[in-house]
Design a binder for this molecule. Structure first.
Ligand code: ADP
Ligand code: MG
Length: 249
């Protein structure tokens, strides 16, 4: 595994989000180290997606600190935050069905993220090499010339992860990646995400506890907009508070 990347990582302290008087996040605090893989679980409505919305600048917190590598994200707009190297994968893939796997990755690489991405694009051959490396990483090298519309549901999710990877994010946020996947695809996705972390931070929101166990990482349990429990999957699954609000239902 590569050395831990430099920087401070992701730092949330006392973050609150209020929608019409309702606290979707209630003094949430969370620290994700550079290179760390972190799973975030919790019942529906716990605030998981809102947390990602705050990190990416889509939603402004009513209060609290949100920093990435020392930069105050609450003062930046969505595109500035993306330029910092924070990438997000939504549940619904946004791949272009008529384009091939390679072409989808090519488009993602060309999409402006910042001066570095543009510089890399002008290298041509280097860009191709990078796309090929990402295709191997997400298990789609053999499908390079196939239209994305021919991929399975799981493969489309991996393609979208690949489209984020070519932008070389420093923090990747992934919301419910294995919904609708086969067991085999789910296991492969756990392996993929664990391999992607290390050189960057990865935060994965997911309901599937077998998948979270396979990630083999620290788990944060959210409940009513705040952190309820944190630790290994065994620790949080044995935590009586977690059993009561989430697992025992
Ligand atoms: P999760 O992803 O954990 O299921 P969400 O972050 O989507 O939870 O939602 C947390 C709570 O905030 C829910 O009760 C949801 O209804 C509410 N909520 C989320 N977004 C909005 C919004 N834009 N306006 C009003 N309420 C919202
Ligand atoms: Mg959600």
């Amino acid at each position: 595994m590569s050395a831990r990347p430099a920087g401070e990582g992701l730092y949330l302290d006392g973050v609150s989000v209020v929608f019409d008087g309702f606290r979707a996040l209630n003094e949430l605090s969370l620290v994700v180290e550079p290179g760390e893989l972190r799973a975030v679980i919790g019942p529906n409505g716990a605030g998981k997606t809102t947390m990602m919305d705050v990190i990416t600048g889509k939603t402004r917190p009513a209060g609290g600190v949100v920093r990435f590598d020392g930069r105050d994200l609450t003062r930046m707009d969505e595109s500035a935050i993306a330029t910092l190297g924070i990438g997000r994968k939504f549940q619904k893939p946004t791949v272009f069905d008529a384009l091939t796997v390679f072409e989808n990755l090519e488009l993602a690489l060309k999409a402006p993220r910042g001066p570095l991405a543009c510089l890399r694009w002008r290298l041509g051959g280097a860009a191709r090499t990078e796309i090929e490396a990402v295709m191997v990483r997400v298990g789609l090298a053999a499908r390079a010339a196939d239209p994305a519309g021919l991929l399975s549901h799981g493969q489309r999710q991996w393609l979208e992860i690949g489209m984020l990877l070519v932008q070389d994010p420093r923090l990747l946020l992934v919301d419910e990646p294995v919904a609708g996947m086969t067991d085999h695809e789910t296991a492969q996705t756990a392996e993929l995400l664990a391999g992607i972390a290390g050189s960057r931070s990865v935060v994965v929101v997911e309901h599937d506890l077998d998948f979270v166990r396979a990630l083999g990482c620290r788990v944060t349990v959210l409940h009513e907009g705040a952190m309820l429990s944190e630790g290994s999957i065994d620790h949080v699954q044995d935590d009586p508070r977690v059993v009561e609000v989430y697992l025992g239902r």
